[in-house]
Design a protein around this ligand. Structure first.
Ligand code: CO
Length: 430
């Protein structure tokens, strides 16, 4: 970032100038080649022969060819940006996590979307896949994929979160990074046919109040869906971020229930049965119920509540210089839009409004940003969000008081990060 002293100062440059005690020169250095190192990726390339105005070797030769490979991949220099298994890796891993701290904007690339399977990923030829709709309907129906995609479709951006996201933190701060702690959430553009369209085709009998959704995986994952949700915004999804649904996300067809716990958005969807009551399947009795401190268990806790996390600076990252940083993170609510995100840099004593980046969509990840000066002192930072229905993200103390530590699911507590004087960032309970 070179600045021409003769050029009129832009508001941004004035802002940057104000924000650097050492002056524009030092700030320019900290924002250009050092940007990567400021975000914890190690020392930047410092060989002066590679830097302007010198001519590096890659400017002197013909570069790589087209379609190598035919399906494009990220730069090899981004190889650390991948999904990870829990740490330590369990004997039977059940999920992989999205690198939230490395994402830009609000969309999760398909190759980085978290995975949660109960019997691995089936390999389903789309021609061999069928969706059966039966039970309390006027016309039982069987759809091929070819039949289904003929219906009018929609594309909508929504988050998907496993209700077990952040669960280990209920006991004690466990994960190191935003990915390890909160990486069971992702946000994509989903394309498919509204479930209401297909149910209208089948004709629901008046007594049909619930829907059983069954997957074609080895677990035959089944969940009971209230008809109100099925007729509201549920989607039979075949597309994800502009391409076919990925195998680990349910190819060729999944159910998608915006704002509801991820487990209910049945992947590899093969059957929908209309009934009068919920079925009390294995995954809504032995699991996905929330054990309360008094020994009772909450069943059918569908909504993923208001939640947010700062992704920069976040656990495992390293601030290498004092001065200007943009605090940034993600907020979401299964109840609707995020209406506000507040950030504290003093351990919760004071909170200030972060800027919400457009678009702010219902039941979608929302990017927030806040300019910040780090003067090298230890700092305790956190975010909290309020959704359009007035739901405020609770503190960990409030979550534990209301739900205890045994519930496993639906932990939406405020995440604190502690920045030490040496610039290292750590997961702490405040
Ligand atoms: Co639940």
């Amino acid at each position: 970032m070179k600045t021409d002293p003769a050029a009129p100062a832009s508001p941004r440059r004035q802002f940057l100038r104000r924000s650097s005690a050492a002056g524009v020169g030092a700030l320019a250095a900290s924002l250009s080649p050092g940007q990567a190192s400021a975000q914890g990726t190690g020392p930047a390339a410092t060989d002066p022969a590679l830097l302007p105005p010198n001519i590096p070797p890659w400017t002197r030769t013909q570069g790589g060819g087209f379609i190598t490979p035919p399906y494009g991949l990220p730069s090899r220099h981004e190889a650390r940006v991948v999904r990870v298994l829990p740490n330590p890796v369990p004997t039977f891993p059940t999920g992989s996590r999205t690198p939230l701290q490395h994402l830009h904007g609000i969309i999760t690339p398909n190759g980085l979307m978290f995975e949660r399977h109960h019997a691995g990923v089936p390999d389903i030829p789309p021609d061999a896949h069928r969706l059966m709709v039966h039970g309390l309907v006027e016309r039982p129906l069987m759809f091929s994929m070819e039949d289904l995609v003929r219906f009018p479709s929609v594309s909508r951006i929504h988050f998907l979160e496993c209700s077990g996201n952040s669960a280990a933190e209920l006991v004690r701060p466990t994960g190191k990074t935003a990915q390890e702690i909160h990486g069971l959430v992702s946000c994509c553009e989903w394309t498919g046919v509204l479930l209401s369209t297909v149910l209208q085709e089948a004709g629901i009998k008046p007594e049909g109040k619930w829907l059983l959704a069954e997957g074609a995986d080895g677990a035959a994952m089944t969940r009971s869906i209230p008809m109100t949700k099925a007729l509201d915004d549920a989607i039979l999804v075949y597309g994800q971020n502009g391409e076919a649904l990925r195998p680990e996300q349910g190819y060729p067809l999944r159910l998608f229930l915006p704002g509801f716990e991820g487990n209910m958005s049945i992947k590899w969807l093969r059957r929908l049965k209309v009934g009068t009551e919920p079925w009390h399947t294995r995954e809504e009795t032995s699991a996905y119920t929330d054990l309360m401190p008094d020994g009772s268990a909450l069943q059918f806790t569908f909504h993923m509540e208001a939640k947010s996390v700062i992704t920069f600076p976040s656990g495992g990252q390293q601030l290498r210089r004092q001065g200007f940083y943009e605090i940034s993170g993600l907020a979401w609510s299964g109840r609707g839009r995020v209406s506000r995100v507040e950030v504290t840099v003093d351990g919760g004593r004071t909170w200030q409004n972060a800027q919400l980046q457009e678009p702010v969509l219902s039941k979608a990840l929302t990017r927030f940003r806040l300019p910040w000066q780090w003067q090298g002192a230890p700092a305790l930072i956190a975010s909290r969000t309020i959704d359009e229905k007035g739901n405020l993200q609770p503190s960990m103390a409030e979550v534990l008081k209301a739900r205890g530590a045994a519930s496993l699911y639906h932990n939406n507590a405020i995440q604190y990060w502690k920045i030490d004087a040496d610039g290292s960032v750590h997961n702490v309970r405040a």
